[in-house]
Design a protein around this ligand. Structure first.
Ligand code: URA
Length: 425
């Protein structure tokens, strides 16, 4: 077998065999296939697509490229959640303790991630002292002790995805449905869970810009789940504006804490209750109404917040000293009117420019910077009212103008889109 024949086959819209896909992944991880060759293959896949069967084989080859976590010594059905990525998405910080408070063990290895703001692990690291680097044994012991642990992903899980994702990021090959589906599902399968809830973001701040594309991705991930005997539920949610108000690591942790205390933004609270309910439903075999009742009660009576505090204490964090940059500037409305649209992707990029995210794995994040959005789609603003506060440490040219340009206004009110578009199972 050789890579040039495989490249030619995919270029000519051929269907790759299991052996060919395994060959590419194994040899690439070993360093026997060059980055420029994998880049050519990724671009051919982006343009010509993959059959479902090819995608199952790709997921399997990526999954088998590294270690797999064995969670069988932890009681009960293990449910994991994943978000396809969006601006202001801090749901894991709220959902994981909420589900654990409902009596479901949550053993979650999360990532740092590339993008506008850090991943869950970067966010947790903005809590002084919080230890995200646990051995697998300590991770498992903590779950057995308190039913909840979030720590940094084991470096040996799915090494193929780490290498391929870094190339996709710089070759405009991220937004391919089979590549996204195999990337996400190989990581979830390696994480040792039995069931998976995916928060699939749809809108101008997400990979999936419309419901048709998002539905295709959801159905493909559900089929991959069936191939591997795992139940998958996809919640398609709105990413035409940031989730909640805070964008940036420490700011998002503070907002997650407010939310766990019942003082959070309505959209964030509602989405977290939804995701948690589906996780509880899958692990306890409940009907959705009962799962929602249980989740809402553990949220309202403070159990979820107490579980979060238990996890922070166990991992040596201190939420009393979370640092936010002292340098801030308000972006003011130039006119009176309703907000009709927010360029969510651009807002995310601005947070990244401030230092809240990283472009390459070696970039260092500034946890103290970011944006707090005061007004969202459908809200009315009057002239000189602050619509965003920017927290910064290094100057970004024309920051106020850049932020302001992310907002569109009209004299006529535009209704908000739905927060949850649909659930696909
Ligand atoms: N998230 C992932 O983990 N992988 C992708 O390809 C896209 C989003």
């Amino acid at each position: 077998m050789n890579i040039i024949d495989i490249l030619n086959k995919k270029k000519n819209k051929g269907i790759l065999t299991k052996e060919e896909i395994e060959f590419v992944i194994n040899e690439y991880v070993k360093g026997n296939i060059e980055d420029y060759q994998i880049s050519a293959l990724l671009m051919a896949i982006c343009i010509n697509g993959m059959s479902d069967t090819e995608t199952f084989y790709l997921t399997e080859a990526m999954l088998n490229s590294g270690e797999k976590l064995n969670l069988s010594s932890i009681d009960g059905i293990k449910v994991d959640k994943h978000s396809t990525g969006g601006v202001g998405d801090k749901t894991t910080l709220i959902v994981a303790p909420l589900v654990a408070a409902c009596g479901v063990n949550v053993a979650k290895m999360s990532g740092r991630g590339l993008g506008f703001t850090g991943g869950t692990i970067d966010k947790l690291e903005s809590i002084p002292g919080f230890n995200v680097n646990l051995s697998t044994k300590n991770f498992m012991d903590q779950v057995k002790d308190i039913g909840l642990c979030i720590c940094s992903g084991n470096k040996d899980l799915v090494p193929a995805d780490k290498k391929i994702y870094a190339i996709r990021d710089v070759t405009a090959t991220v937004d391919s449905i089979p590549l996204i589906a195999s990337s996400i599902m190989s990581k979830k399968l390696a994480s040792g869970c039995n069931k998976i809830v995916i928060d699939l973001k749809v809108g101008n701040g997400a990979f999936m810009k419309n419901l048709d594309e998002a539905t295709k991705l959801a159905k493909l991930m559900i089929s991959i789940g069936e191939y591997f005997n795992r139940e998958v539920v996809c919640i398609l949610s709105n990413m035409n504006e940031p989730l909640g108000y805070a964008v940036g690591n420490a700011l998002e942790v503070n907002e997650a804490i407010d939310t766990l205390q019942g003082k959070g933004p309505e959209d964030l609270t509602k989405l977290c209750l939804y995701i948690a309910s589906y996780m509880v439903l899958l692990s306890k075999n409940m009907v959705i109404d009962d799962a929602m009742k249980l989740v809402s009660s553990k949220f309202a009576d403070g159990s979820a917040y107490n579980k979060f505090l238990e996890m922070v204490k166990y991992q040596h964090g201190n939420i009393d000293n979370i640092e936010i940059s002292k340098n801030k500037v308000d972006v003011l409305a130039h006119e009176t009117g309703f907000i009709t649209e927010i360029n969510t992707l651009k807002l995310g990029e601005i947070a990244g420019m401030l230092g809240a995210g990283r472009k390459v794995a070696t970039d260092k994040i500034d946890p103290t910077v970011g944006l707090v959005i005061h007004k969202k789609v459908g809200d009315i603003v009057s002239q000189n009212m602050p619509i965003v506060t920017v927290y910064y440490n290094k100057p970004v040219e024309n920051i106020e103008e850049q932020v302001y340009e992310c907002f569109s206004f009209s004299k006529v009110k535009k209704d908000k889109d739905d927060l949850v578009y649909k659930i696909i199972k």
